[in-house]
Write a protein that binds this ligand. Structure first.
Ligand SMILES: CCCCC/C=C\C/C=C\C/C=C\C/C=C/CCCC(=O)SCCNC(=O)CCNC(=O)[C@H](O)C(C)(C)COP(=O)(O)OP(=O)(O)OC[C@H]1O[C@@H](n2cnc3c(N)ncnc32)[C@H](O)[C@@H]1OP(=O)(O)O
Length: 194
């Protein structure tokens, strides 16, 4: 045992999240954080192409349409793809906090099957912050933004610096990202200096 807690419940000392003063306005489209991201990048033909918008407080909404390339069983979305949609929506909360954070833990409930062609209406919010630890929840509804919840998640994201990617990413992609002005603009939005 590493001694690391695996709990998704914030400790008593955790604080409520704070919306960054420069966070995009509620309703504003957040855009992709990386063109090659499987969750939100336009450059991934079979990716989710998930589009997220800032919400009120420290929340976001997003939509994702299940494509034939996302099947697990005939005509149904793969559970891992649905987990990815939840993960990506939770990751979009970074824009509202103006913090770069990666998924440390993601717990998912699959409540009903999601057919191909379905628009999944996602919502995520940060519930608490403790040091570098960001606690959050997400839901995915079908049949409309107020439809029944088909999937939901609880997550723990951990704040990292941009060096996390530079140190760990494959050099080819890291060097291409560092040479891309659009990517540098995204990094600058997080007030980091790659
Ligand atoms: C030039 C290129 C630039 C590119 C980037 C530019 C901009 C990007 C900007 C923003 C991005 C915007 C949106 C992002 C959208 C994302 C979508 C999806 C997100 C993902 O898909 S992202 C990929 C999957 N993700 C990973 O690839 C993480 C792999 N992992 C690690 O890299 C390490 O594991 C790390 C860094 C997580 C921690 O490592 P570490 O050494 O920094 O910190 P440490 O271990 O000390 O943990 C600190 C405290 O968190 C607790 N803690 C940690 N992990 C825990 C766990 N699992 N369960 C329970 N508690 C946990 C500890 O218990 C401790 O707690 P305490 O402080 O209380 O002791």
């Amino acid at each position: 045992m590493s001694g690391r807690t695996t709990g998704l419940t914030p400790p008593d000392e955790a604080r409520p999240p704070v919306r960054h003063p420069d966070a995009p306005a509620p309703g504003e489209l957040l855009g992709s954080h990386y063109d090659q991201c499987f969750g939100c990048g336009a450059g991934q033909p079979h990716g989710l192409h998930l589009e997220a918008r800032a919400g009120e407080g420290v929340s976001v909404t997003a939509e994702f349409t299940v494509q034939p390339a996302h099947q697990g069983a005939p005509g149904l979305a793969h559970g891992g793809v649905l987990a990815t949609a939840l993960d990506e929506t939770l990751g979009a909360l970074n824009w509202v906090l103006r913090v770069i954070a990666v998924t440390g833990r993601l717990e998912t409930d699959f409540l009903s099957p999601v057919p191909v062609g379905t628009v999944l209406h996602l919502e995520a919010e940060v519930t608490a912050v403790h040091g570098r630890k960001i606690y959050s929840t997400a839901t995915g509804r079908i049949g409309g933004p107020d439809g029944p919840v088909a999937v939901r998640a609880q997550a723990l994201f951990i704040e990292v610096r941009v060096e996390h990617f530079i140190a760990n990413g494959r050099p080819d992609e890291i060097n291409a990202a560092l040479a891309d002005p659009d990517q540098l603009r995204v990094a600058r939005a997080f007030e980091v200096n790659p």
